[in-house]
Design a protein around this ligand. Structure first.
Ligand code: F6P
Length: 366
């Protein structure tokens, strides 16, 4: 039997996302095919802290390419640098630093490099593990929001966009039948990528994104203008992070101990109520929610995920650590992992997609 060339580990962190299993499959297959052994870490950084990892085989990744979710499990809590170990008598969370535990566990399994498949929170932890503890890390950019700096595309975005587009198609027929205004609230956090792409793909009349605070007057004008043109219904796509000019984003809840505590949500219902009150047209809101994250990835996301997973292992094989694999001009490149600590990748105001929308008469709320 030939000697093992090296030992890798892979984890998935943060919210789940279509394509995670496709990345895991590509990582495991590429590693094994090239003579490496690879550990799968359970439930993100929790598994690193608890030493919950095991060597993966081809059988572990058989049939998972089209499957949603992650066979490894995930969590958006359990930061090793600020691990919530319990609560004191007053109910305050007690945090512990678990970085030494993580380093010890990685050493005990002789892991040369940790592949982190995650969004900004998990990749930032990966970056810190390198910066402060010397752990070799390679990142893979995951999120349906497409808001990670340093890459043109994150995997999962295409699937979320397709789901939102299908929802808009379905809303069109019921809006038209009932002469209603239909508002679709989509995810995206502080960026409007999902709303913008699905809004264009689904022919929305109004697209509201966080990058362009909206004036409700402008939205009302658009709905009324359509009525005057004989269009008795209107379709509005609103990103969860959208806010009125001079107003705040709508926060649904705060999640204690999460990498990022704020959870957005609720702007769609507010908007539908306001449109109905101001125009007298029956208005309804649909919050697409986790349907954007669950289920099978599109063919595009399967290919992108497979490219990313394979490229992450190639970086390990080349000994080029502390990079994130990224998409640039449709080529897979490696960028320094510290780039993820930068500003989120938002829709630029001079985006041609916004210009195209305006050319078609789409209202962006400004
Ligand atoms: O970042 C992905 C995402 O789905 C966002 O679009 C959304 O705001 C958030 O995660 C929801 O997080 P949670 O799963 O913690 O509710």
């Amino acid at each position: 039997m030939s000697a093992v060339r090296g030992t890798l580990a892979v984890l998935t962190g943060g919210g789940d996302c279509p394509g995670l299993n496709a990345v895991i499959r590509a990582v495991v297959k590429t590693a094994l095919h090239n003579g490496y052994e690879i550990y799968g870490v359970a439930n993100g950084f929790h598994g690193l802290i608890e030493d919950d990892m095991r060597l993966m085989t081809l059988a572990d990744v058989s049939g998972i390419l089209p499957r949603g979710g992650t066979v490894l499990g995930t969590t958006n809590r359990d930061n090793p640098f600020r691990y919530a170990a319990g609560e004191d008598a007053e109910g305050n969370v007690i945090y512990e630093d678990k970085r030494d535990v993580v380093v010890r566990n990685l050493r005990e399994h002789h892991i040369d490099c940790l592949i982190v498949i995650g969004g900004d929170g998990s990749l930032k932890i990966g970056y810190d593990l390198n910066r402060y503890c010397g752990v070799n890390v390679v990142g893979v950019p995951k999120t349906i929001d497409n808001d990670l700096p340093g890459t043109e595309r994150t995997f999962g975005f295409d699937t979320a966009m397709a789901m939102a587009t299908e929802a808009l198609d379905r809303l069109h027929t019921t809006a038209e039948s009932h002469h209603r205004v239909m508002v679709l609230e989509v995810m995206g956090r502080y960026a409007g990528w999902i709303a913008l792409h699905s809004g264009l793909a689904g022919g929305a009349d109004v697209i509201l994104i966080p990058e362009i605070p909206y004036d409700i007057e402008s939205v009302i004008r658009k709905v009324k203008e359509r009525q005057e043109q004989g269009k008795q219904f209107s379709i509005v796509t609103v990103a969860e992070g959208s806010r009125p000019i001079g107003g705040e984003m709508t926060v649904a809840r705060l999640v204690k101990n999460s990498f990022e505590q704020i959870r957005l949500g609720g702007v769609g219902n507010k908007l539908a109520d306001e449109i109905e009150a101001r125009t007298g047209i029956e208005s309804r809101c649909t919050v697409l929610g986790y349907l954007q994250r669950g289920g099978s990835p599109t063919a595009y996301d399967r290919v992108l995920s497979t490219r990313y997973g394979s490229a992450a292992v190639e970086a390990c094989m080349d000994g080029e650590y502390n990079v994130m694999v990224a998409l640039s001009a449709n080529h897979i490149v490696r960028i320094p992992i510290e780039k993820v600590a930068g500003q989120p990748h938002k829709v630029p105001l001079d985006s041609d997609l916004i210009r195209v929308g305006r050319n078609l008469g789409v209202c962006f709320g400004d």
